[in-house]
Write a protein that binds this ligand. Structure first.
Ligand SMILES: Cc1cc2nc3c(=O)[nH]c(=O)nc-3n(C[C@H](O)[C@H](O)[C@H](O)COP(=O)(O)OP(=O)(O)OC[C@H]3O[C@@H](n4cnc5c(N)ncnc54)[C@H](O)[C@@H]3O)c2cc1C
Length: 454
């Protein structure tokens, strides 16, 4: 090559799903990527679970994760089941089964820590993951970027990608003034979408996430124990549960893969909306359990509400609880040699089951444009602009959809909730849900059909 490569060494800040997926994708394309993660190691008990969608599955295969490794960690989902306050079945749909038939991709629940493990393994083997490496400052010049770690060590790279999550510090290197406007004057207004103001809005909501590890054992609650359903109950906030694959090497008594179960319950209450350590706060199991018990005791849950059994069976140390805050979609994702990816660029409310999948899609697109820039010697800012063009509209639609879902799912008054339940019942059983799910998948940057053939 006559000209030096435009992108040779990449520093990825953040070893979450987005950062790890990007590093895998770049290394596969021959680019020297290194991940700097603030945590001292990856914890097998951090976080709960998520739904790996067909687009996420196809993108994982596109960056070189073998399909059988994905299948090992995913517990297949087929139905969506909506039940009412008194345990009455409101609607059931085979929406996920329909998607499995349509896309023939692994689709279901997985423990986040297991996907981290799958993604990290080959990178760690090549010493590309640097733990206990919190990036505290970045500076760029004509030749490259320097990241300063908390330890004082300096790291030099051609470009730097901020994959540092919803509370991204790298975002300040893109446009500090805008970032402060976006995040440092949150309006504890609640229940209002404020895109014009461009600020955070604390949603006046907390969320509990729990993981049940022995989900292969029978459940009293029939629908909670239904292995292939996503269960949804909306009488007091939103309750959701679904199965997760568990233990890549573990097998249940009948030789099949083991199953865990995750559940989530939103709670309308005020709280400290400036929390920064949602998933990683040193959990005090007794305190979290007390908070959950107090919440259940003061809420008029029906005796058959699935949260009762879910709370009893939640594994010790596997209960998280934190406030939810929404953020307006960010328009500017890059500046010079620095660019954002995943939640750092487009954090979403947890109501589309696509946030994590979007970060894997980002990784595929960004690695593609960077490899093209490397091959052609074209400037990186043009590559970042191309990446933003492709990803901005799709992720914005996802964030907006999550906002709309949140507005629909929240409890208000009994009469409105009854109207909402009828509407949702029709949405779930009448095919609208399938349509909405498929519409989300269709913009996937990877050809799902060819990923299937591969
Ligand atoms: C520990 C953890 C557990 C989670 N569990 C779930 C879950 O169970 N279900 C779910 O739906 N979502 C979960 N999430 C959120 C979900 O993973 C993200 O919404 C989505 O995958 C987008 O990922 P991301 O890579 O953009 O950000 P994240 O997954 O948030 O990853 C960001 C990473 O950057 C690191 N980081 C932040 N700042 C710095 C810095 N200055 N220097 C170095 N490293 C830094 C963080 O430690 C983190 O590992 C979890 C996130 C984390 C961090």
């Amino acid at each position: 090559r006559m000209s030096p490569p435009a992108v040779h060494r990449v520093a990825v800040v953040g070893g979450g799903i987005g950062g790890l997926a990007l590093a895998r994708a770049l290394v596969r394309k021959g680019i020297d990527a290194h991940v700097y993660e603030q945590a001292p190691s990856f914890s097998s008990t951090a976080g709960a679970g998520f739904i790996l969608q067909p687009n996420g599955s196809a993108c994982l295969q596109a960056i070189g994760v073998p399909r059988d490794e994905i299948e090992q960690i995913v517990h297949p989902l087929r139905d969506v089941t909506l039940i009412g306050g008194a345990g009455r079945l409101l609607a059931r749909s085979n929406a996920f089964g329909d998607m499995q038939r349509r896309y023939a991709q692994p689709l279901g629940g997985a423990l986040r820590a297991e996907l981290v493990d799958v993604l990290a393994h080959p990178l760690a083997a090549e010493h590309r993951i640097h733990w206990a490496s919190r990036v505290v400052a970045v500076a760029q010049d004509d030749e490259g970027v320097t990241a300063t770690l908390e330890t004082g060590e300096r790291v030099r790279a051609d470009i730097l990608i901020g994959a540092d999550g919803v509370h991204s510090q790298i975002a300040y290197a893109i446009d500090a003034a805008h970032e402060r406007l976006l995040r440092e004057s949150p309006r504890p207004g609640g229940y209002r979408f404020q895109p014009a103001l461009g600020t955070n809005s604390y949603e006046h909501e907390r969320v509990f996430y729990g993981v049940i590890l022995d989900a292969d054992l029978p459940f009293r609650h029939e629908e909670l124990g239904n292995p292939h359903t996503l269960l949804e109950e909306l009488s007091h906030g939103e309750f959701i549960s679904y199965g997760l694959g568990r233990g890549r090497d573990e097998r249940s008594a009948d030789g099949g893969p083991c199953r865990a179960l995750m559940w989530m319950q939103t709670v309308r209450e005020a709280g400290d909306y400036k929390a920064r350590d949602e998933w990683t706060a040193a959990r005090d199991p007794a305190r979290a359990n007390d908070a959950l018990r107090a919440f259940i005791a003061r809420s008029p849950f029906h005796d058959d509400h699935p949260i009762r059994e879910a709370a009893e069976r939640t594994a010790r140390g596997r209960l998280s609880s934190f406030p939810i805050s929404a953020r307006a979609h960010r328009d500017v994702w890059h500046h010079g040699r620095i660019c954002l990816l995943g939640d750092a660029a487009h954090a979403t409310l947890p109501y589309t089951a696509q946030g994590l999948n979007m970060s894997i899609e980002d990784a595929v697109v960004l690695a593609d444009v960077l490899a093209d820039a490397d091959a052609s010697g074209s400037p990186v800012h043009a590559a970042f602009a191309a990446y933003t063009r492709v990803r901005h509209a799709r992720t914005k639609a996802c964030v907006a959809q999550a906002e709309a879902n949140a507005a629909l799912l929240r409890s208000r008054a009994a009469l409105l909730d009854r109207w909402r339940d009828s509407l949702l019942g029709a949405v779930v059983s009448g095919g609208v849900l399938q349509y909405a799910f498929n519409a989300q998948i269709e913009g996937c940057p990877v050809d799902i059909q060819s990923a299937r053939a591969a």
